[in-house]
Design a protein around this ligand. Structure first.
Ligand SMILES: [Zn+2]
Length: 84
């Protein structure tokens, strides 16, 4: 998506939705899943589609994506996946 993004810049991007930003930003959501579509922090699902704990279902408040994901923010940062 965006090449050569620094970690601080990526965290700003990831936590830019107001639900996340008003709630401590990326640092407070380090265990949350990442939306594979827009690379922002997604919310852990617990609705009709299934739960995060059981099914790894997440939903993204920014772009409306929902589905299965296994990538969490801490792994994303560790592996510098935002740079690809
Ligand atoms: Zn998204």
């Amino acid at each position: 998506m965006i090449n050569r993004m620094g970690v601080a810049e990526y965290k700003r991007h990831a936590g830019s939705h107001h639900w996340i930003a008003n709630n401590g930003g990326a640092d407070k959501h380090i265990e949350h899943p990442i939306c594979p579509r827009c690379e922002k922090i997604a919310l852990r699902g617990n609705g009709r589609k299934g739960s995060w704990e059981k099914d790894r279902i997440a939903c993204c408040p920014s772009c409306g994506w929902h589905g299965k994901t296994t990538t969490r923010l801490n792994e994303y940062l560790q592996n510098q996946m935002y740079r690809s």
